[in-house]
Design a protein around this ligand. Sequence first.
Ligand SMILES: NC(=O)c1ccc[n+]([C@@H]2O[C@H](COP(=O)([O-])OP(=O)(O)OC[C@H]3O[C@@H](n4cnc5c(N)ncnc54)[C@H](OP(=O)(O)O)[C@@H]3O)[C@@H](O)[C@H]2O)c1
Length: 263
Amino acid sequence: MKKTVWITGASSGIGKELALQYAAMGFNIVISARRKDELEKVAKLCNDMNAECMVLPFDLENLENISEIVSKAISFKNGVDILINNGGISQRGYAIETPITIVRKIMEVNFFAQVALTNAVVPYMINRGGGQIAVISSLAGKFGFALRSTYSASKHALLGYFESLGLENRKHNVFVSLICPGRVFTNISYNAIESSGNPHNKLDEGQKNGLPVNICAQKIIKAISQRKREAYIGKMDVLMVYFKRYLPFLFYRIALKLNPEKE
Ligand SMILES: NC(=O)c1ccc[n+]([C@@H]2O[C@H](COP(=O)([O-])OP(=O)(O)OC[C@H]3O[C@@H](n4cnc5c(N)ncnc54)[C@H](OP(=O)(O)O)[C@@H]3O)[C@@H](O)[C@H]2O)c1
């Protein structure tokens, strides 16, 4: 029987690429984000590959009708086998210049929404004998990064929360994969929020030199299919995880030398 994957943040970037690759693999797809028109374009591409695709738009900042949204996704094809919590926003602003309202907004989209959505889906998975949850954190979930204090905090929070959720639900055959990409070439820097609340609207140098999005999606799909508990996906930037863990002096030397305005 065909499996169903539900991907948030599927109107662009990593989420869109995940949807297309899962469609090519014969999955049924549920795609979510705010921009319905962009989701419909992704759905059309999935349909062209003979995949059935449900467009389920919603705003991660407004989850009042979360149970209705989850019921729709569950009833599309008799349940969701894999939920990929991918939707999110980045940040470009110094910590001391960022008002608490912006801090809360980023935490709402990147952390609280993933928690609310997952907690509404997991009971359905338990009832049908199991499932898989993936959460797209970041290498910035493993170490701090200038101009991304709240982004990094939200991605650290995801790792702690979802690792705990995985430990609690392994006995129900619910497997959790923590995915930590490094820089990937997407629109994320355009949509990153500045201290003023405005979008950054720029393609940063670091982003442009990031991993191609199709390779990132391939590696995410492989990690999920192998039920990897934690996966680091990137170029040389992945080394920083190991420097921080085993050679912290080197990690801090490199991190302090980076020009945050360009990264
Ligand atoms: N690119 C990187 O270098 C990188 C590295 C590490 C981790 N990540 C993570 O990967 C995920 C995807 O990022 P990306 O690089 O693919 O960026 P992207 O192209 O900007 O995609 C972000 C997605 O999230 C959705 N989204 C944003 N705010 C939302 C909201 N309030 N409600 C619902 N959906 C919302 C966007 O859709 P709408 O605008 O249509 O709502 C879009 O589909 C993010 O969680 C990001 O933190 C990215």
